[in-house]
Ligand binder design. Structure first.
Ligand code: ADP
Ligand code: MG
Length: 539
C-alpha cells in the first residue's frame, strides 16, 4: 500500500507551529473540539441515513468512545459517524476548513503571547490536538465507501496518507500524548473534562463501558418527554439549589431563528445577586456542544438571576466572545428569551409564591424599567408595591382601580424605611382624603421613577413634590381649609426670616392634618430622597 506525503497549507503550518509550542493553560479544550467533531459526524450520519439510506446504511447507535493505552501513551477518540474520504481528509485536516480557525489565522500578530491568547478566543478545531500530542493519527472510513484511510502527522509541515481498513464507517483519532499532557490518560481527568464540556452532548461519551456524560439534552426535548424529576435534577445541577424553581421556562424556537432553551427562575435570592463580578446564569450551547457560560449578551442584567441553557442551531461552534457580542443573532435570541421569561413569570403573578419571588427579585427586575424600554409595560405589570392601603403588596392595576374621583396621578413616597415612611407627615393630606400612596423603599426606585412617565396614562408623582395642589381636585375626606386667623402671614414671614436661604419658600398647606410642618420639593425640582442619595454619592 502506498503512502503519500502531502504538505499542509502554509497557514496551517504556521498555526500548528503556534499550537504545538503553546504553553496554553486551557489545553483541555482539545477534547471539547474532538468530541464535538465526533458528535457532528454522528449527526451527519444520522441525517444521511435518512436522506440517502442506500449510501449510509441504517442509523446506528451513535457514541463517542474514548480509549487510552497507558503504555503507548495514547488517547483515542472514536465515533461511528459519517467518516472522511481520502480527499476529505486532505481538505479538512490539511487546510483551513473551519471559519473560526480562519479568523484565528487572520488575526495572528507574530507575537507569540498575543497569538496564544487568540486560541482561546477562536478555537482551532481539530488542530488543537497538537496542543497535547506530538503525533496524531486519524483512521477514517467514509459511509458508503469500502476503503478506509489513515492520516498521520507530527504537525511539522506535512502529513502522510495511506489506505487502511476499518470495520464500519466512522473515525478514530489517536493522540500520541506529549510528556506534559499524560494527565489525559487518567479516567478522572477525562471524566472531569467531559462533564465540563460535553455533559449535555446528546450522545453518550464513553470510556470503556462507562458513559461519562449525561448524554441527554433535556432542553432539546419537548415538554412531554421531560419529567419533573429530570427538570429538578438539571436545575440543581446548574444552580446548586435543591429547592424547586419558581418558574421553569422551556422554549423551542423554530423558523428563521432556531434555538431551544431551558431556563429557571429561582425562588430565593442568591447571596451574590448584587455582586458585579457575579457569573452569568445562562450557558450557551451550539448544537448541544457547550460554548460558554459567559455569554452576557444572552440576557439583560435585570434577569441575571435566571439559570439555564440556551442552545442555538444558527451560531458557529467556534464562535468567539467578541463575535458573540457583535452577532445580531444574539440580540434576536435575547429579545425572544426576555419576552418568554417575563411571560412565564407573569403567568405566575397571581400565585401564592409570587410575593416571595417579588420580594427576592423585584429590586433587580425594576432595573429593567429604565434599561429595557421594549418590555417596560410588561415589567410595570409584574411590579408589586407596598402602599398606604394595608400591609400587603399591590399591583399598579389594582392601585388604579382604587384611585379617587378626580385623582389623575399615581402618588409615590420614597424613603429608606417603610415604617418611617408610613408615618411621614407628607402623607397626612393624602390619608385624610383616602388617597392611596405607593411606598418605595428600594434605592433602585429613585432611578426608574424619573424615566418611567406613566402607567396606563397615569403619571407617577412624588408626594414630596408639589402634589398638594392636586389634593384640591380630589373629592372625598373632610376638607380642612387653611384658616387665616389673622397672624398666619406674620408667622410665615418670621419663619422665612429665620431659615433664610435654606428654603425656597414657606407656604401654608392643606396636606398636613396632625403635624405642624413638613419638607417638600417644588414641582420640577429633584425629589428629596433622590437629592439625599446624590449628596451621599458625592461625598
Ligand atoms: P469545524 O468542526 O469547525 O469544521 P475542525 O477543525 O474541528 O473544524 O474540523 C474540520 C473538519 O474536519 C470538520 O468540518 C469535518 O468535516 C472534519 N472532521 C473532523 N473530525 C471529524 C470526524 N470525527 N468525523 C468526520 N469528519 C470530521
Ligand atoms: Mg470542529
Amino acid at each position: 500500500m502506498s503512502t503519500e506525503t502531502l504538505s499542509f497549507q502554509a497557514e496551517v503550518s504556521r498555526l500548528l507551529d503556534i499550537v504545538a509550542h503553546a504553553l496554553y493553560s486551557e489545553k483541555e479544550v482539545f477534547l471539547r473540539e474532538l468530541i464535538s467533531n465526533a458528535a457532528d459526524a454522528c449527526d451527519k450520519h444520522r441525517y444521511l441515513s435518512l436522506t440517502e439510506p442506500e449510501t449510509a446504511g441504517p442509523a446506528a447507535t451513535y457514541a463517542v468512545t474514548l480509549s487510552v493505552d497507558e503504555e503507548a501513551k495514547t488517547l483515542t477518540i472514536s465515533d461511528n459517524g459519517i467518516g472522511m474520504s481520502r480527499q476529505e481528509l486532505i481538505d479538512n485536516l490539511g487546510t483551513i476548513a473551519n471559519s473560526g480557525t480562519g479568523k484565528f489565522v487572520a488575526n495572528l500578530t507574530g507575537d507569540a503571547k498575543k497569538d496564544l491568547s487568540l486560541i482561546g478566543q477562536f478555537g482551532v478545531g481539530f488542530y488543537s490536538s497538537f496542543m497535547v500530542a506530538d503525533k496524531v493519527t486519524v483512521l477514517s472510513r467514509r459511509a458508503g465507501e469500502a476503503t478506509a484511510h489513515a492520516w498521520e502527522s507530527d504537525g511539522r509541515g506535512s502529513f502522510q496518507i495511506s489506505e487502511a481498513s476499518r470495520d464500519i464507517h466512522g473515525t478514530d483519532i489517536t493522540l500520541h500524548l506529549k510528556a506534559e499532557a499524560t494527565e489525559f490518560l487518567h479516567e478522572y481527568r477525562l471524566e472531569n473534562v467531559v462533564r465540563r464540556y460535553a455533559d449535555h452532548v446528546a450522545l453518550p461519551v464513553k470510556l470503556g463501558d462507562k458513559t461519562l456524560n449525561d448524554a441527554s439534552a433535556l432542553w432539546a426535548k419537548s415538554k412531554s418527554e421531560v419529567s419533573e424529576e429530570q427538570l429538578q435534577g438539571f436545575y440543581t445541577h446548574l444552580s446548586h439549589d435543591t429547592e424547586a424553581p419558581f418558574a421553569t421556562i422551556q422554549i423551542r424556537a423554530e423558523g428563521t431563528l432556531e434555538y431551544s432553551a431551558l431556563l429557571f427562575a429561582p425562588k430565593t435570592r442568591p447571596f451574590d445577586l448584587f455582586d458585579p463580578d457575579r457569573k452569568h446564569g445562562v450557558k450557551l450551547y451550539v448544537r448541544r456542544v457547550f460554548i460558554t457560560d459567559e455569554a452576557k449578551e444572552l440576557l439583560p442584567g435585570y434577569l441575571r438571576f435566571v439559570k439555564g441553557v440556551v442552545d442555538s442551531a444558527d451560531l458557529p461552534l467556534n464562535v468567539s466572545r467578541e463575535l458573540l457580542q457583535a452577532s445580531p443573532l444574539m440580540g434576536k435570541i435575547r429579545s425572544g428569551l426576555v419576552k418568554k421569561i417575563l411571560g412565564e413569570i407573569g403567568k405566575k403573578a397571581d400565585s401564592e409564591d409570587y410575593t416571595a419571588f417579588w420580594e427576592a427579585f423585584g429590586p433587580v427586575l425594576k432595573e429593567g424599567l429604565y434599561e429595557d424600554f421594549e418590555n417596560r409595560e410588561t415589567l410595570l405589570k409584574l411590579a408589586r408595591f407596598r402602599t398606604t392601603n394595608g400591609d400587603g403588596w399591590t399591583s399598579l392595576a389594582d392601585y388604579v382601580t382604587r384611585m379617587k374621583e378626580g385623582q389623575e396621578a399615581i402618588y409615590v413616597a420614597s424613603g429608606d424605611d417603610l415604617a418611617a415612611l408610613r408615618s411621614s407627615p407628607q402623607l397626612e393630606g393624602f390619608k385624610a382624603k383616602g388617597v392611596e400612596v405607593l411606598l418605595l423603599t428600594d434605592p433602585i426606585d429613585e432611578f426608574w421613577l424619573p424615566s418611567v412617565p406613566a402607567f396606563e396614562n397615569k403619571q407617577f408623582k412624588s408626594v414630596t413634590r408639589g402634589a398638594a395642589s392636586d389634593l384640591d381636585k380630589i373629592s372625598g375626606g373632610e376638607e380642612k381649609p387653611v384658616e387665616d386667623t389673622g397672624n398666619l402671614s406674620d408667622v410665615i414671614a418670621a419663619i422665612k426670616l429665620a431659615l433664610g436661604t435654606k428654603v425656597k419658600d414657606v407656604r401654608p398647606s392643606k396636606r398636613l392634618t396632625d403635624s405642624a410642618c413638613c419638607l417638600v420639593a417644588d414641582e420640577g425640582d429633584m425629589d428629596l430622597r433622590f437629592e439625599r442619595l446624590m449628596r451621599q454619592h458625592k461625598r
